[in-house]
Ligand binder design. Structure first.
Ligand code: ADP
Ligand code: MG
Length: 620
């Protein structure tokens, strides 16, 4: 009987496949990392399900991956004895992209190969990367615990569709066979495969085996060749990376491990690896990515920290381990104390988990503080503020970048300070904080409202543009250090764009008096700043709210003139109030304007115009 079913790929998959083969061409070898990491994930899943159901191991208790090739048939095979796939799972998982943000991702593709390759890398092509080197892929699988006649064969040429068949398969797990393209022959070579595995998959915690080869002299004038011996040997270290001592791990290995767990294409920006001892024992290996994922602002999006218990993988996206405002952090936490059968519900309540979460949060914050400090030191050095001893000081950078036309800056979110910082500092760490901030600063701000215990530390990490700096580089502490004598508050304004903020009539009096105002243009600013009443005992004040009290900076004469004007213009004000009675609560004379005739302000403690607009947009 013929059970073959032909099914079309989800439209996005077909599109992605086409791109994968073109855009990722220059970095072909990553396909092996992707397939081995899938094999490893499948073994992790079996280990996890096997905790409650040991029968799933059947007669093969040792989890492993085997990589082999057949020169004559031009095939490369990656086989695992992990959890396997049922027919339906093969259809669902190898025919669609289940990831959130797929559509969004597709819409961002530009057709420029280099840019797209980066984007694809970030998105993670996973299984489909096999088509970079193969013009046909066959997958044979049987789910652990299912009967031998429940096997499935999935096959595709990577164009519009794939086929599935029912097959008989005695061994559990999955075998992926790649029919290599002509230009991928190099992978029919044990040395090459070992090299790629060593590079990308050394840290995988289960053994990756290859068949041993021996040199055999040719007979009857035939040249000699390597022949298989039938004996399999591990070609990786097979110890989970985070369990090794720091000194035994190179930066490259840390970076590769990051790429495997994050599905990122680029190196991480920073990482921290620690064994924490005390009442709760755990190992943490936490990474800060260099680039934000596309779905960063989806707060429901799964967190990037994997939970292991005594080296057994328990779950991905364990939200309980990391607060939402640090959802960009990737990594592994391996606990020595949690029970292996820990559930998500249990995680929420566990005191150990609470301790881990607090410890990991602090660890991330100190990583960020460290980056910020290094950047500041580098910038100060470059600016010649600190004598580095060489006697030669680099000229200080211009404090403010030149401002373009208003129309020029409207759509720019902010000038990434990373570029500015990296430009004049030779220290590679110099631009890192700015780079981090440009990608994740807006998310970090959510922490002001979310993590009261660490609010001050978070506030110190925030950076803004200001009337004195077009780059997003001014921290509250920098601002405070530059405050005018007699100035009693940190002033800020929120707006949709840098240009709108800068040209706001509400800034006029501040400009006139030379008082710096922080310019906040992230959507989250308004909300987040609500949670920060003061910084280091100095109150924060929105210049768009109430009657701005400039305190002792206010000119006595100006004040008096305003009071007099208020008296003189009383009848006018009354008439304006009457005319605007449905629209304005009050109309008054102000000293805050210099050039503009009038401006809108919000009453003290009221919702700002920015927030009101946001709520309106959201249909409230
Ligand atoms: P990801 O690994 O990010 O989920 P992939 O494209 O690499 O995405 O794989 C898609 C899905 O296919 C996996 O989530 C898994 O369900 C399934 N899969 C792939 N390879 C295997 C395998 N070796 N064993 C079992 N399932 C697999
Ligand atoms: Mg994968």
């Amino acid at each position: 009987t013929n059970t073959t079913t032909k099914l079309p790929f989800q439209a996005e998959v077909a599109q992605l496949l086409h791109l994968v083969t073109h855009a990722l061409y220059s970095n072909k070898e990553i396909f092996l990392r992707e397939l081995i990491s899938n094999a490893s994930d499948a073994c992790d899943k079996l280990r996890f399900e096997g905790i409650d159901n040991p029968a799933l191991y059947e007669d093969a208790p040792n989890l492993e991956v085997r990589v082999s090739f057949d020169k004559a048939a031009r095939t490369l095979t990656i086989a695992d004895n992990g959890i396997g796939l049922s027919k339906q799972e093969a259809i669902d998982n190898l025919g669609t992209i289940a990831k959130s943000g797929t559509k969004d991702f597709m819409s961002k593709l530009s057709g420029d190969q280099k840019a797209d390759a980066q984007l694809i890398g970030q998105f993670g092509v996973g299984f489909y990367s096999g088509f970079i080197v193969a013009d046909r892929i066959t997958v044979e699988s049987r789910r652990a615990g299912a009967a031998a006649d429940q096997g499935v064969r999935w096959a595709s040429g990577g164009a519009g569709d794939f086929e599935v068949d029912d097959i008989e398969r005695t061994q559990r797990g999955t075998t992926v066979t790649l029919h290599l393209r002509d230009d991928a022959e190099e992978y029919l070579n044990a040395w090459k495969l070992k090299q790629v595995i060593g590079k990308y998959s050394d840290h995988i915690s289960l053994p990756i085996l290859m068949e041993k080869e021996e040199w055999k002299e040719g007979e009857n004038d035939q040249p000699g060749d390597m022949v298989k011996t039938g004996e399999w040997e591990p070609v990786n270290k097979a110890s989970a990376l985070w369990t090794r001592a720091k000194k035994d791990i190179t930066s490259e290995q840390y970076a590769e491990f990051y790429k495997t767990i994050s599905h990122d294409y680029a190196d991480p920006l920073a990482w921290s690896h620690n064994r924490v001892e005390g009442s709760t024992e755990y190992t943490q290996l936490l990474y800060i990515p260099a680039k934000a994922p596309m779905d960063l602002f989806n707060r429901e999006k799964s967190a990037g920290v994997k939970l292991y218990v005594k080296r057994v993988f328990i779950m991905d996206d364990a939200e309980a381990l990391m607060p939402s405002y640090l959802r960009f952090v990737k990594g592994v936490i391996d606990s020595a104390d949690l029970p292996l059968n820990v559930s998500r519900e249990l995680l929420q309540e566990s005191r150990d988990v609470k301790a881990i979460r607090e410890g990991s949060t602090k660890r991330v914050l100190s990583m960020l503080e460290d980056l910020a400090k290094k950047q500041k030191t580098a910038v100060d050095n470059a600016a010649g503020k600190i004598d580095v001893g060489s006697g030669e000081s680099v000229p200080a950078p211009e404090p403010t970048a030149p401002v373009g036309d208003v129309t020029d800056v409207v759509d720019k979110k902010a000038v990434p300070a990373a570029e500015a910082a990296a430009e004049f500092a030779s220290d590679p760490d110099a631009g890192k904080y700015a780079a981090f901030y440009a990608e994740f600063g807006a998310v970090l701000k959510e922490g002001l409202g979310e993590d009261f215990g660490n609010r001050e530390r978070i506030a110190k990490l925030l950076r803004f543009a200001s009337t004195a700096s077009d780059t997003v580089s001014v921290g509250f502490a920098d601002y405070k250090a530059r405050m005018k004598e007699g100035q009693e508050a940190i002033y800020y304004i929120t707006a949709d764009s840098l240009a709108a903020a800068k040209n706001s009539p509400q800034l006029e009096v501040f400009k006139k008096k030379g008082i710096e105002v922080l310019l906040m243009t992230d959507r989250v600013d308004e909300w987040a700043l609500n949670y920060l009443e003061e910084f280091d005992s100095t109150p924060l004040q929105s210049v768009a709210k109430g009657a701005v009290d400039l305190g002792t900076l206010q000119d006595e004469a100006e004040k008096k003139a305003a009071e007099e004007a208020a008296e003189t213009f009383k009848p006018v004000l009354e008439r304006l109030k009457e005319a605007l009675k449905d629209k304005a609560e009050d109309v008054r004379v102000t000293t805050r304007l210099v050039d503009s005739p009038a401006c809108l302000v919000v009453k003290d403690g009221g919702m700002s115009t920015q927030l009101a607009r946001m709520l309106k947009q959201a249909g409230q």
